[in-house]
Design a protein around this ligand. Structure first.
Ligand code: CUA
Length: 306
């Protein structure tokens, strides 16, 4: 996994936050040094000595003005820079249509695009465009955080929150839920896949393309199982009759890098294990263990991998 430090930013939004952090860090560091230095100096210089009485002098207007004015100036500067950063990171969205809508669930992310594409956990974005994200939650409060790309933002049921992101360099950026939301909190990962606008459009087109019917007998059986078993109550697979809206849309599951919101790599073995016993991969997952026979798991995997 690449670094995920907010101090290694790849968007103007994250850069503004990082710059403000460093400014405050340096100012606070200088204050720490000055105060510590003065305390050490005073302790040594004015320590107790035989026959010396402490000074009783009080009131020094010049000194009092100075030590009021300096903190005031520092806090004022931090205030002005903070307002400027907020303006860069979070300008009002007005009535602009969001470019990406994200709905947080226990414990995964549902992602919608204006083109009609619906996916989960892996958010594709074009580089060089300022994108408006609109975030909400289907159950409890979550928090969307991709440290290198954008500010943290709470996902609150019934209260959409907006934030902006302009990714400057193609790549895969990691994030996670940053608000404790239950058993699966730590395995509620986010992947942002930033692509050139051309690659992004190709991805979007591929996502919109319906599936051809399953190619093998095993995959056909898999589709039938998915439609007949309880899978279809929770999941949607466009091109089948499954249209549930509780769990992630699985239409293009095979194209995703991870399973269960980053809990496992999307490999044949992990997908098999996931269907056999979801809790072994992600404790607390709302995906039930359907006690599927090995043959059924194999058929479902064959279908999902197409
Ligand atoms: Cu969702 Cu923590």
């Amino acid at each position: 996994m690449q670094g995920v430090s907010p101090l290694d930013p790849f968007s103007p939004q994250a850069q503004a936050i990082s710059a403000l952090f460093w400014f405050v860090m340096v100012v606070a560091g200088v204050i720490l040094l000055v105060v510590t230095g003065l305390v050490v100096y005073i302790v040594i210089r004015f320590r107790h000595r035989e026959g010396r009485a402490p000074s009783t002098r009080e009131g020094n207007t010049a000194l009092e003005i100075t030590w009021t004015a300096i903190p005031l100036l520092i806090v004022g500067a931090i205030f002005v820079l903070t307002v400027r950063t907020m303006h860069t990171v979070q300008p009002p969205a007005g009535d602009r249509t969001p470019d990406v809508r994200v709905v947080a669930h226990q414990w995964w992310w549902e992602v919608h695009y204006p083109s009609g594409v619906t996916t989960a956990n892996e958010i594709h974005v074009p580089v060089g465009r300022t994108l408006l994200f609109r975030l909400t939650s289907a159950d409890v409060v979550h928090d969307f955080w991709v440290p290198q790309l954008a500010r943290k933002m709470d996902a609150i049921p019934g209260h959409p929150n907006d934030f902006w992101m302009k990714v400057e360099k193609p790549g895969v950026y990691h994030g996670t839920c940053a608000e404790y939301c239950g058993v699966g909190h730590a395995l509620m990962r986010i992947l942002v896949v930033a692509q050139t606008p051309k690659e992004f459009e190709a991805w979007e087109q591929a996502q919109l393309t319906p599936h051809p019917p399953p190619a093998t007998a095993e995959a056909r059986q898999g589709r039938q199982l998915l439609e007949q078993l309880t899978c279809a109550n929770c999941h949607t697979v466009r091109g089948s009759s499954a249209s549930g809206r509780v769990g992630p849309d699985l239409t293009h599951l095979a194209d995703r890098r991870t399973l269960a919101s980053g809990a496992a790599e999307n490999t044949h073995d992990q997908l098999t294990q996931w269907l056999k016993d979801p809790n072994s991969i992600k404790p607390g997952s709302h995906m039930p263990n359907l006690q599927l026979s090995d043959a059924r798991v194999k058929a479902l995997v064959a279908y999902l991998e197409e």
